[in-house]
Design a binder for this molecule. Structure first.
Ligand code: FEO
Length: 135
């Protein structure tokens, strides 16, 4: 079962970034599958670790563009990214302690975070990205 599905309401009209957001969704779906299949904690932690690492890579991609072209909301946006990485680290520790209780909370958090971040925070940079020719 697919947990989160891409549709055009997520688009920021920058192809490279849309592709990265789609990959993040696939990784959240992988995590959902791992939890549903009742995999070993180590396997679930590994899936979550890959999601965190790719999130960092994606955030750096956006932040490098912000710096290169002087995005006026760079600091607030970066703070949101840093908070997500911090939250995922905390979930990783909680998962190690009690996977049963944490799995659903983690998925709901990631779903809310991704949707809210893309639609309310990332979308604020659309004009900035397009004016600077980012594709
Ligand atoms: Fe696409 Fe600001 O993360």
């Amino acid at each position: 079962m697919v947990f989160i599905t891409w549709d055009d309401s997520y688009s920021v009209y920058v192809e490279s970034i849309d592709e990265q957001h789609k990959k993040l969704m696939r990784m959240i779906n992988d995590l959902h599958d791992s939890l549903n299949k009742d995999e070993e904690s180590d396997a679930i932690i590994a899936v979550l670790g890959r999601l965190r690492d790719y999130s960092r890579e994606h955030f750096k991609y956006e932040e490098d563009i912000f710096r290169k072209y002087g995005y006026q909301h760079e600091q607030e946006h970066k703070k949101r990214h840093d908070d997500l990485v911090q939250n995922v680290n905390e979930f990783e520790n909680k998962l190690l302690a009690d996977r049963g209780e944490v799995g659903e909370e983690l998925l709901n958090f990631l779903l809310y975070w991704l949707e809210n971040h893309i639609k309310n925070v990332d979308k604020q940079y659309i004009t900035f990205m397009l004016e600077n020719g980012v594709k």
